[in-house]
Structure formats: structure tokens, C-alpha cells
Design a protein around this ligand. Sequence first.
Ligand SMILES: Nc1ncnc2c1ncn2[C@@H]1O[C@H](COP(=O)(O)OP(=O)(O)OP(=O)(O)O)[C@@H](O)[C@H]1O
Ligand SMILES: [Mg+2]
Length: 253
Amino acid sequence: MKTTVIKTTDLCKSFANNGGQNHILDMVNLEIFQGDFTVIMGPSGAGKSTLLYALSGMDKPTGGEVYYREQAISRLGEREMAALRANEFGFIFQQAHLVSNLTLLENVVVTGYLNKQRTAQEVRVRAEKLLEQMHVEGAMNRLPSQVSGGEAQRAAIARAIMNEPGMVFADEPTGALNKHNTQEVLKLLTELNAAGQNILMVTHDIKAAVRATRLLYLEDGRIIGEMPLPPYRSEDARSREKQVDAWLSSMEW
Ligand SMILES: Nc1ncnc2c1ncn2[C@@H]1O[C@H](COP(=O)(O)OP(=O)(O)OP(=O)(O)O)[C@@H](O)[C@H]1O
Ligand SMILES: [Mg+2]
């Protein structure tokens, strides 16, 4: 049996709109499992980012509940919530969002300091090791303005996994990258998942979606379809693309 990492019950999110309510998430009941590289697809405006923000505690739902390993996150106080985000969640966005006056290494190190378990020396050693693993060791002493978009995004991945999070949330992490850097980033995410890292990624890109072990389709604030996939192997890339393409067609994507 699979272990549940995140679970939602009747999750709703609505925004006030011209005196009425816009229902963006509409009673979402969802489980995200240990070991999975879960990918959420769906049309623009479907509520994918809104769902990610609700699941990661960045935004409060207007109804229902989100559980992280059986802990109802709405019951957490500000301080507990901050600790959960710092220690258990990693984030990757379309833009790297690195702190502009810190080097790549310092960006990763600062995140490490949020976790009280490691000494400053341990944080530094781990940050350097992760930047090596992400193939940006040559750029780690440069500022974000002095590196390429691909390098910045790989540093952002290092930062996301610095504190060994229980879940990495990625919202279109390859959306601003060229073809080569997209494949680099996807390869790194796939390797991390193969090593046990739980990942929840939103994407519009079939080439990114094929990396999933589980695909979910969100439309009008509801999960309307899902498909499991075996762990990614590059030799299966073509056949997976066809499979995902056919599945998306069946969803009228
Ligand atoms: N803070 C907000 N206030 C009002 N409406 C919002 C707010 N945030 C999002 N929305 C609306 O909620 C809907 C879903 O937005 P969301 O960003 O979750 O979509 P998405 O599926 O991530 O789309 P995309 O693929 O374009 O990124 C949109 O219609 C958006 O305009
Ligand atoms: Mg979005």
C-alpha cells in the first residue's frame, strides 16, 4: 500500500468577484503518495497554481482541509506553518527567484540556515555538494545576474532540496527555459525522484509530463482524470510521449 504524503478533503478556494464568488477549486479530494513524481496538467486558468499554493500552505483554502502526513495544516499556528514550509517543503517556480545580491552558493546556504538541525559548516558542505550534483559548481560564487537562466534554475533546485523536504512543489519549472536547459532540469528532477524525492509538478509541457509516475488532470477546479506511469527511462521517452498525448486528447486538452 502506498503511503499518503498529502491529502485534501473537500478542498475549496473561491475569490470574491463583482459581489459574487469565483469558485476556483471545487471540492477537491486528492491524495499524493510517497515516492511519486506527480504531475498536474490542465487548461490555463483551471486552478493548478491555486491548488499548489493551497497544498503547500502558501495560501489558505476557503473550504475543506489539507493534511500533510496526517497533520491538518489549517490547525497549525503561524510559527508551526513557517517551520513546516522551511523544513518539509521545497519550491521551484518558473523563474528562479534567487536573492539578487547573494551568490548561488549563498542562496542555497541561507535556506539551509532555516533548518536548525545542521551546523553552519554542515550547511555549507551540503550546499556545495548539491550545487555540484546540479552541475553548477563552476558558477556557485557568482551572483544570479552573472549566470544563465538554466544555471539559476538549477541553483533553485539545489535550494529547494537543501533541507531534504518531504515534498518539492514545482510550478512550471521549465516554463522559462530553452530546450536544452529544460531537458537538463527534467533530468535532474527525474534523478531526484528516482532517489526517493517526492515531487509535485504543474506543467503545460508534454516533454515534462512524461517524467511523471502519476498524472492528474485538473479542469474547472476539479480533478477529472488520472493516469499512472512506470518510473521514467529515457529509452521509453517516445512511447511515453504518445501515451501522454493520447491521454491528454481523451481529456480534450
Ligand atoms: N488572488 C486571486 N484573486 C482572484 N482571482 C484569482 C486569484 N488567483 C487566481 N485567480 C483566478 O483563479 C483562476 C485559476 O488561476 P490559477 O493561477 O490557479 O490557474 P492555472 O491553472 O495555474 O493557470 P495557468 O496554466 O495559466 O498558470 C484564474 O481564473 C485566475 O484568474
Ligand atoms: Mg499557473
